[in-house]
Ligand binder design. Structure first.
Ligand SMILES: O=C(CO)[C@H](O)[C@H](O)COP(=O)(O)O
Length: 270
């Protein structure tokens, strides 16, 4: 198990002093609609994560409802002049469009191969800070961008915490090429490293869901947490036809977890 510290946010190693976020109320959200209690937690985690962003940084912009609050906050700070000269590297077309609308200057990994920080949500987080991502379908670009960042800050509400990955009984996604998808799906499901999982092609209405990279997604459903996530990761990735999967292992540096009783921070010790 990785060595982690859990601590209150007052002890967080943040250096930039910025105007504190306006108190989160049920009236505030990305689209200024009423937000749920869970969205309030996501906003708290997102705003805390944005304190890692300083002027002149290249920042990975995650995908999903939690990450969208961080993107919104970065846009707001740029507009107010509290942040300057930020370049965002979006992890999906959705995020690219949101960031563009907010006026955040953008680049690709081709143009900015080295990022200072990336901020993104997750679907499951375990005590080692290994995470499942990609229920929003953006896993490949997320993994590429987040691996290129000096610091990957993961932001979640406490509903995402699990004792073992796969334990939420929700999907663990695998991005595959479209060619002979049923063949690849069967090969994934037959791997001993994911024995007992059920594999389903992700659908978008009556058609397969297509990722930003024109691939399909196979969602794996587990009854029990995955026994050996590293073995599962390698075995899935070794299959020809698989592009990547939603197990993000040894990648998260800091996880900000918002819960009704406060916001906590867990750090991976290097
Ligand atoms: O990996 C992702 C998208 O591919 C998201 O970060 C993940 O699904 C969490 O999303 P949300 O913050 O909406 O719960």
């Amino acid at each position: 198990m990785a060595s982690l510290t859990a601590k209150g946010l007052s002890a967080a190693p943040l250096t930039r002093s910025i105007k504190p976020a306006a108190p989160v109320t049920a009236k505030r959200s990305v689209a200024m609609k009423a937000v749920s209690k869970q969205d309030e937690l996501k906003i708290q985690a997102a705003h805390k994560a944005v304190e890692y962003v300083q002027s002149d940084m290249v920042v990975g912009l995650g995908t999903g409802s939690t990450a969208a609050f961080a993107v919104e906050r970065i846009g707001q700070l740029l507009k107010e002049g509290q942040l300057k000269n930020i370049i965002g590297v979006p992890t999906s077309i959705r995020t690219l469009e949101q960031a563009k609308a907010l006026g955040i200057p953008l680049a690709t990994l081709d143009e900015q191969p080295k990022l200072n920080v990336a901020i993104d949500g997750a679907d499951e987080v375990d005590n080692n800070l290994d995470v499942v991502k990609g229920r929003g379908g953006a896993l490949l670009r997320e993994k590429m961008v987040e691996l290129a960042a000096d610091k990957f800050v993961c932001i979640v509400d406490d509903s995402k915490m699990v004792s073992g990955l796969g334990g939420s009984k929700l999907a663990m996604p695998v991005e595959i090429v479209q060619f002979c998808d049923k063949y690849t799906l069967k090969r994934i499901q037959s791997l001993p490293e994911v024995a007992g999982c059920e594999a389903k092609l992700r659908m978008d209405g009556d058609k397969p869901y297509v990722t930003d990279n024109s691939n399909y997604i196979v969602d794996l459903y587990f009854q029990e947490p995955i026994k050996d996530v590293h073995a599962a990761s390698k075995a899935i990735l070794d299959l020809v036809g698989v592009v990547d999967h939603g197990l993000f292992l040894n990648m998260v540096d800091v996880c900000i977890i918002a819960a009704p009783d406060g916001v906590k921070l867990m750090e991976r010790k290097k």
